[in-house]
Design a protein around this ligand. Structure first.
Ligand code: TK8
Length: 346
């Protein structure tokens, strides 16, 4: 008798527990308002624009950023714009300041127009290889420069890669600086680049990237300089006959968002943005390095002649580049240049 009572009590307890666990039925909505869990999350839009197209590793990096960010927070709606749809590099940086867009990833060349000392990265033949560039960019010097953008309303996140720049042109097989005499070459809007190309013997002219293909096609300019990945993915081989592997400048990209967007983000969102930006950086650099290494062959397959410099010719380019350092190594730029060179010498 005692035992069956105990069993009965246990049974009642178990049934009671289960009953307690059963979710209560939501009362039928009388007002027609949606239940709390399906209310759409308030998302802030992050519009990111670049000048290159969807095939370029830079765009793949942005897609990676979006994916990684979305997997961490669901409060940011990343929208990507390629092909200078939001403007050229300089206009997009101004867009971050004005609040007409939230993110971009320009080459360093136009950044010198906003923060002078950024010009340190635009001296030709400064970085000997990608590993050396990574070390400086991802280290203390790179971080200081990223931080310097805050005063201009821009949050510099991390450095991605554009890569070593090569010369292309329509009509001349350039093997030495002498072959560039009088060649009309488009450069980025940067006084050091312009001076370097004048020193090489060319006739350089600055132009926004978005206008470049048409300018080459219409022969407004004879040539341009960009890494192999860009020459290939932007199909410059359709309007250019020669690529010379000058490797005259390692060109970094800076992934940046508006300071306002950053400041309005929660600590959790900020952490997610930084993490996603770094994962995307590693992905972009890897894809870009593969592209820059393998696509020369594809340029040839598309009818371009790809010229490698002899050690003597390379030396001639480097000597001419060296001659312009003094003119631009002034004030803060000189200080940074000195630090970079000391760090590289280690
Ligand atoms: C694209 C540019 C481009 C750069 C240039 O927005 O302008 O030549 O190399 O890739 O950043």
């Amino acid at each position: 008798m005692k035992r069956s009572l105990a069993i009965l009590l246990t049974l009642m307890l178990v049934v009671g527990l289960f009953a307690g666990c059963t979710p209560k039925q939501e009362p039928a909505a009388e007002t027609g308002s949606a239940p709390a869990e399906s209310k759409p999350v308030e998302k802030r839009v992050m519009r990111i624009g670049i000048g290159l197209n969807e095939d370029h590793p830079q765009f793949k990096g942005l897609e990676k950023f979006k994916e990684e960010l979305n997997s961490r927070v669901d409060t940011i709606d990343v929208q990507l714009f390629a092909n200078s749809a939001l403007g050229d590099d300089r206009a997009m940086m101004e867009g971050l300041q004005l609040g007409t867009q939230e993110g971009t990833c320009p080459s360093t060349a136009p950044i010198g127009n906003f923060v002078e000392e950024f010009k340190v990265f635009d001296f030709p033949y400064l970085f000997p290889n990608e590993a050396a560039a990574d070390k400086i960019l991802d280290g203390e010097i790179g971080q200081e420069l990223l931080d310097s953008l805050s005063a201009k309303g821009i949050k510099g996140l991390v450095y991605w890669e554009n890569g070593f720049r090569q010369l292309t042109n329509r009509q001349v097989e350039v093997k030495t600086p002498e072959d560039m005499k009088g060649l009309k070459v488009r450069t980025m809007e940067n006084p050091i680049h312009l001076a370097a190309f004048r020193a090489f013997g060319a006739n350089p002219t600055p132009m926004a990237f978005g206008e470049l293909f048409t300018a080459l096609q219409q022969k407004t300019v004879d040539g341009q300089e960009n890494p192999i990945a860009t020459i290939y993915y932007n199909k410059f081989y359709e309007v250019q006959g020669y690529t010379t592997l000058t490797n005259h400048l390692y060109s970094p990209f800076v992934f940046m968002i508006s300071q306002k967007f950053w400041d309005e983000s929660t600590p959790e969102e900020q952490e997610a943005i930084m993490e996603a930006a770094k994962i995307a950086r590693d992905h972009e650099r890897q894809l870009n390095r593969e592209a820059n290494e393998t696509l020369s062959k594809e340029l040839e397959a598309n009818g371009m002649k790809v010229v490698e410099l002899t050690p003597e010719a390379l030396q001639a380019f480097q000597t001419k580049a060296q001659a312009i350092y003094g003119e631009f190594a002034q004030g803060k730029i000189a200080e940074y240049l000195d630090r970079v060179q000391k760090e590289l010498a280690k």
